[in-house]
Design a protein around this ligand. Structure first.
Ligand code: AMP
Ligand code: ZN
Length: 483
């Protein structure tokens, strides 16, 4: 696969460091509030990347942090801890806030078919890792102590600004608007590794360290958690584009200074979801969430479909009109798939290979998901039997995760029920184990029997048998169970 690497600003052929594993790290949520659908755009695209790598046959190990300490109100090291602000807002403890919003985050992810990474690690669980890294950075002169805090000394590096498409002066945190200069820093770009002195003395979470009781900076957590679970090198590090600077720049600085060698090969950054008024932000107060989409009657997977139709390296503008268009297209797509015959014979291996290659080329070209969706429509239009089409859709959906076959089966069951009641056969009662696709088949068999089409009824019974389903006729219709 080809992937754009933000670190080299080039699309490069992806080659993993090790043949037996792709090591992938994702910056996780700061759990002081609900994730907005902009955050979730990043997680959807990262999910597609992981699933595509697996689809291509790579074994992936993916790690994600949960930021439950250290992320201050500014991405520079100033302001109050976001977690503490959240706790105060809701009159809860920081740990209660962390638990509540971590659970809410994964509930949203589940609704969007975002797979939970192999390892999810809260920042507060790895204090020992940060202390180990900071100790070595102090020993080797990459860090210094000033005013009670430990700072990374960016002047010790040959190259600090990895992700700077801007002037160095503009990026230096000290000169940004609204960021107060920290007089302990030797240089404006230096950043905090460990705080013991903060203006905010009520910092709730503190740990003992060789430098006094305190808490870690935000950036050190991703280096520490990544190294704990993935070792001394990484294949791909992901995050939203706002993480590129200073967060990822600082991660590279401290990790490579600590390790003494290159750390991560590929940096993948998802661009922002914006509204007509600009970037979506949690700190703005009111923002768009998955629950809000549901309240307004949207299936969350419509939002996933909407995201897949744009390229992750372009800003995406959200509007209700755009979402309505995606909803219409998604329903139409499900309708088309529902019209395919799920008992349509054997798949054509040659056609499968041909269309799988098309899909792989599309998505393998820097995660061009909209071309992947086009490949999916092409498969639907292919001159082949329904079994081949369904096998292709099933395969592509392992990457796109739009629940295509499940939704189509439910649609088929719904249509069959409607047809049954319309033709006066609505009195047929099917009982089973709660699988709409099997319910629909059992209903079709019962209808065939009622219409004295015994050949069709027997054919369906055989198909059900092949699927391990046993049907028993009842007075009202039929009941089924898996055997
Ligand atoms: P946070 O919970 O604020 O730490 O952010 C979680 C992830 O969402 C990070 O990878 C951010 O870079 C990303 N992110 C933040 N805002 C947006 C946005 N408007 N669109 C897309 N991704 C975003
Ligand atoms: Zn991070």
């Amino acid at each position: 696969m080809y992937l754009y690497n933000s670190a080299t600003r080039k699309k490069e052929l992806f080659v993993p460091n090790h043949p037996d594993i792709v090591k992938m790290y994702t910056c996780g949520p700061t759990v002081y509030h609900f994730a907005h659908i902009g955050n979730l755009r990043s997680y959807i695209m990262e999910d597609v990347l992981e699933k595509f790598l697996r689809w291509e046959g790579y074994p992936v190990k993916r790690v994600m942090n949960i930021t439950d300490v250290g992320h201050l109100a500014s991405d520079a090291d100033t302001g109050e801890d976001k977690m503490l602000k959240g706790a105060r807002r809701e009159h809860k403890t920081v740990m209660e806030i962390a638990k509540f919003y971590t659970d809410a985050f994964f509930a949203d992810c589940a609704k969007l078919n975002i797979k939970t990474p192999d390892v999810v690690e809260p920042a507060t669980a790895c204090i020992g890792e940060y202390i180990k890294i900071i100790t070595r950075l102090l020993d080797t002169g990459y860090a210094y102590q000033a005013g009670g805090n430990i700072y990374f000394d960016t002047s010790k590096l040959e190259r600090y600004y990895v992700f700077n498409d801007h002037e160095e002066e503009d990026l230096a945190v000290g000169v940004r608007d609204s960021v107060e200069e920290d007089r302990n820093k030797r240089s404006k770009a230096d950043f905090v590794l460990w705080f013991t002195k903060s203006k905010f003395e009520d910092q709730a979470l503190k740990w003992d360290s060789p430098w006094g009781v305190g808490y870690p900076g935000w950036h050190i957590e991703c280096s520490g958690i990544s190294m704990k679970h993935l070792g001394e090198d990484l294949d791909i590090h992901c995050g939203g584009i706002d993480n590129a600077f200073p967060h990822h720049t600082n991660e590279i600085a401290q990790s490579e200074a600590y390790l003494g060698h290159k750390w991560c090969n590929f940096w993948m950054h998802v661009h922002h979801l914006n509204t007509a008024d600009g970037k979506m932000s949690k700190s703005k107060g009111e923002f768009l969430t998955v629950s809000l989409l549901e309240e307004k009657g949207y299936d969350p997977l419509v939002y996933r479909f909407f995201c897949l139709q744009s390229h992750y390296r372009k800003a995406l503008v959200f509007s209700w009109e755009n979402l309505d268009n995606a909803a219409g297209a998604y329903q139409k797509l499900i309708g088309k798939i529902a019209a395919l015959d799920p008992a349509g014979g054997a798949a054509d291996q040659q056609v499968l290979a041909e269309y799988r290659e098309k899909f792989g080329k599309a998505v393998g070209n820097d995660l061009n998901t909209s071309m992947g969706v086009t490949a999916l429509y092409d498969a639907l239009k292919a001159k082949t039997n329904d079994a081949t089409k369904l096998a292709l859709l099933d395969s592509f959906d392992q990457v796109l995760s739009l629940s295509l076959l499940g939704k189509a089966a439910a649609k088929r069951a719904e249509l069959a029920a409607q047809a049954a009641s319309a033709s006066g056969q609505g009195d047929i009662v099917i009982t089973g184990e709660g699988d709409p696709e099997i319910d629909a088949l059992v209903l079709r068999r019962a209808q065939a029997k009622k219409a004295k089409d015994f050949a069709e009824a027997d054919r369906i019974r055989d198909e059900l048998k092949q699927r391990g389903v046993e049907v028993t006729d009842t007075k009202q219709g039929a009941s089924w169970r898996r055997v």
